[in-house]
Design a protein around this ligand. Structure first.
Ligand code: SF4
Ligand code: SF4
Length: 175
C-alpha cells in the first residue's frame, strides 16, 4: 500500500503521472487531441476554476464517467497531468461540496492495493501520463508483469508495445 509519505501513485516520478479518476482518458478524441487540450488548459485557456468538475466539454467514451474540465498539463514541457485547480479556494462556488468531499479525499485502488515498488515499476516502465495511468488501473496486468520481470529494464520492447496496445483497448471497459 502506498502512503502520503511514500510513493504517490498520482505523481510517482520518472515522468509518469495520473488523473485517470478525473477522466483524463474519457474522451472520444485521439491521444494527441487530448494532449492539445491539456496544454491549452495549462496555458490558461481552460474553464473558469469554479466550474463544477462534473461538467464536461467533449463527447465522452463512457457517458456516466468523469471528464473534468480542470485536468491539464501544469507544465506542458514535461507533460505531467494534474488538477489545475487543486489549490484554489472554491468556497461559495457550485463545486465546493464535490471538491472538498470527493476531489480532496478520493484515493483509488492503486493507493490501497499496490506497493511502492509496483507503482515505481509502472512509472519507470511507462514514463508518461497515458499508459502509466492505464497500467496502475489494471492491477491484474501490472502484477503479472511485475512478477515476471521485476525491473522495467527487463521488459522486452515487443512485450511493452503489445502491452500498450492492450491497455489502449481496455479503455472502453475501464472508465
Ligand atoms: S486514479 Fe488513483 S493514482 Fe490516478 S489520479 Fe486518481 S487517485 Fe491518483
Ligand atoms: S477538480 Fe481537480 S481533482 Fe476534482 S475532478 Fe477535477 S481535476 Fe480531478
Amino acid at each position: 500500500m502506498s502512503t502520503f509519505d511514500g510513493v504517490n501513485p498520482c505523481r510517482p516520478g520518472f515522468g509518469a503521472s495520473c488523473s485517470f479518476c478525473c477522466g483524463s482518458h474519457n474522451y472520444r478524441l485521439s491521444r494527441e487531441d487530448i494532449e492539445e487540450t491539456f496544454i491549452k488548459r495549462g496555458d490558461g485557456e481552460g474553464e473558469n476554476s469554479r466550474v463544477h468538475p462534473e461538467k464536461s466539454l467533449f463527447k465522452k467514451l463512457v457517458e456516466e464517467g468523469m471528464q473534468c474540465c480542470h485536468v491539464g498539463f501544469a507544465d506542458s514541457e514535461n507533460g505531467t497531468v494534474s488538477c489545475l485547480v487543486y489549490h484554489e479556494d472554491v468556497s461559495g462556488s457550485e463545486m465546493e461540496v464535490f471538491f472538498t468531499g470527493t476531489c480532496k479525499t478520493f484515493l483509488c485502488e492503486a493507493w490501497k492495493e499496490l506497493s511502492d515498488r509496483e507503482i515505481l515499476f509502472a512509472a519507470e516502465l511507462m514514463q508518461d501520463w497515458y499508459y502509466y495511468s492505464l497500467l496502475i488501473n489494471s492491477p491484474d496486468v501490472l502484477l503479472e508483469l511485475y512478477a515476471e520481470y521485476g525491473e522495467p529494464g527487463n521488459v522486452p520492447e515487443d512485450v511493452l508495445e503489445n502491452l500498450q496496445d492492450e491497455l489502449s483497448d481496455r479503455i472502453q471497459e475501464m472508465i
